[in-house]
Design a protein around this ligand. Structure first.
Ligand SMILES: Cc1cc2nc3c(=O)[nH]c(=O)nc-3n(C[C@H](O)[C@H](O)[C@H](O)COP(=O)(O)OP(=O)(O)OC[C@H]3O[C@@H](n4cnc5c(N)ncnc54)[C@H](O)[C@@H]3O)c2cc1C
Length: 486
């Protein structure tokens, strides 16, 4: 992603080298995204049909959380709006009022994305004038996506070096990185280095010693097992996240297989038990042995140090509960481009970058922690422990405000919007005691009509949408016929 974006945007005459080692390989997971990826693809000029074909992608309208509040209860964090705002107020205040009166259906009844997702439908653009477009993201094969972007980058002049970095040389005075020494006595010199070496953080940590902020007190899972399986079950235009005894399982359908994984706390579940649980809950034959990925949730204390920027797993890791890691790479790249150094990096720009990144990561962390802490799975040791844990102050304040007023405060550019928090707060059963009294300005009859009209308009719209499976096939076929699905 970094090489492709730099190749597209940095001024001519800038040489970009990419160092990768086949003997180390990539982590190979990371298959669910959020709609912001369109911004990257638009900037790069990626053709959607080509991308969907090359990466065996499917479409994603949201994430279903199954059993996160109680076993058997499900809700969705769907992309896009819920209901329609009326006057000054967000829809959720009307929903809260209606709920108190016993008139409201579950939140998802008022979300176009959720209604389409539940019916396994997909559409781009809008059909009815009064309807908004459905925001969507993708599921894709991470290895194929990396290869897709590599072709893009190499076609624009990026030079790839296959080899193992054995030593990182630094300037004796400034500490700046100067040279990477590769196996076979090769060297790669540079003015600026982007560390994409994964969890090991070869440059940012092993050479520059930036240190790590550990968040495992709040996000207690520390291992993942990943295994693809043959296609089976529904070809869902949504990711599934199913709560398990000491963590959760993901299900990500692609054109050629399903990606599965179990994220769990090793303090509450053995690797053997985790493997049995994962393999016992697949929709098709496993395509290989489960692969173990240990991790420590948190982030580098500083993601940009001197002439080195860390991206991806080298910058830090939060479990893929809301599919945020690939987005964090993208947003770091765009933040970096906004203060792209033309010579020695400016310390003020570095401080700004690090402060913005801290803010972005911490707010996402809070959102993930909410899913855990607001559970009602009583009697299960892992879930009891996370329900009782001390929360980050920023999260406590948000929950208090919701419970006391029904108001959701989105601070600055934090990634998850009011409507995302609303779906998860309501879905996890966190009750708001009040709503904004402006919602009382609507007569009860008008309130009923608002809910009814919203719901019926969505049902009608979804009824006209093609099936997700047909939509994908049509898009891929359109590459040959150059005919694009309207
Ligand atoms: C269990 C799990 C599930 C995930 N699911 C999602 C998801 O659904 N959605 C999402 O957005 N993100 C997800 N992620 C995150 C996502 O996988 C990563 O953000 C993404 O793959 C980027 O990884 P990376 O390039 O930073 O690291 P890696 O894939 O580990 O790549 C590291 C690179 O550095 C090279 N390298 C390392 N050391 C050397 C060396 N000494 N010499 C030369 N080269 C070297 C390697 O060859 C490799 O190319 C998930 C992560 C995990 C662990």
């Amino acid at each position: 992603m970094a090489a492709a974006t730099l190749a597209r945007f940095v001024p001519r005459g800038t040489d970009i080298a990419l160092v990768e080692s086949d003997s180390i390989g990539t982590v190979g997971v990371g298959e669910a995204t959020i709609p912001q990826l369109h911004l990257l693809h638009r900037a790069l000029g990626v053709n959607e049909a080509e991308f969907v074909q090359a990466t065996k992608a499917s479409f994603k309208l949201g994430i279903e959380f199954d059993g996160w509040s109680r076993a058997g209860e499900r809700y969705m964090h769907a992309f896009g709006p819920v209901g329609r705002a009326s006057g000054l107020l967000s829809f959720h205040h009307y929903w809260l009022r209606a709920k108190g009166l016993g008139l409201a259906k579950p939140v998802g009844s008022y979300s176009l994305n959720e209604q389409a997702a539940r019916k396994l439908r997909m559409q781009r653009g809008r059909r009815a004038a009064r309807m908004h477009e459905m925001p969507y993201a993708y599921h894709f094969d991470a290895g194929l996506y990396a290869a897709f972007l590599r072709r893009y980058a190499e076609a624009r002049g990026v030079v790839r070096h296959e080899g193992l970095i054995e030593h990182v040389e630094q300037d004796g005075q400034s500490g700046a990185i100067t040279v990477l020494r590769l196996d076979g006595d090769r060297t790669v010199e540079g003015d600026f280095f982007i560390d994409c070496t994964g969890f090991r953080g070869l440059l940012i940590d092993q050479a520059l010693g930036t240190g790590y902020e550990d968040w495992t007190d709040w996000l207690r899972c520390d291992r993942a097992l990943a295994v693809p399986c043959a296609n089976g079950g529904d070809f869902t235009p949504y990711t599934r996240s199913i709560a398990r005894k000491a963590g959760w399982q993901w299900r990500i359908p692609l054109q050629h297989r399903i990606g599965n994984g179990l994220v769990y706390s090793s303090a509450h579940m053995s690797d053997e038990e985790a493997a049995d649980m994962l393999l016992g809950n697949l929709d098709g034959e496993p395509l290989g042995e489960p692969r173990a990925i240990p991790f420590t949730t948190g982030k580098r204390r500083r993601m940009w140090v001197g002439n080195c920027l860390a991206l991806g797993l080298a910058a830090g890791f939060m479990e893929p509960l809301e599919s945020t890691s690939i987005h964090l790479i993208q947003s770091s790249i765009s933040r970096f481009l906004s203060v792209l150094p033309s010579g020695a990096p400016d310390p003020a720009a570095i401080d700004w970058f690090n402060a913005q990144s801290d803010f972005e990561w911490r707010r996402i962390r809070d959102f993930l922690v909410l899913h855990y802490t607001a559970n009602a799975r009583e009697g299960e040791p892992f879930w009891d422990a996370v329900r009782a844990m001390d929360l980050p102050d920023t999260l406590s304040a948000k929950i208090d405000q919701w419970q006391g007023t029904g108001f959701i405060h989105r601070e600055h550019e934090e990634l998850f919007t009011e409507v995302g928090w609303f779906q998860v707060l309501a879905g996890q059963g966190v009750e708001a005691r009040r709503y904004n009294p402006l919602a009382d300005a609507l007569s009860e009859g008008d309130l009923r009509k608002l809910l009814h009209d919203t719901e019926t308009a969505l049902v009608e719209e979804v009824g006209h949408m093609p099936r997700h499976l047909d939509f994908v096939q049509h898009l891929v076929n359109s590459l040959q016929s150059q005919e694009v699905l309207a």
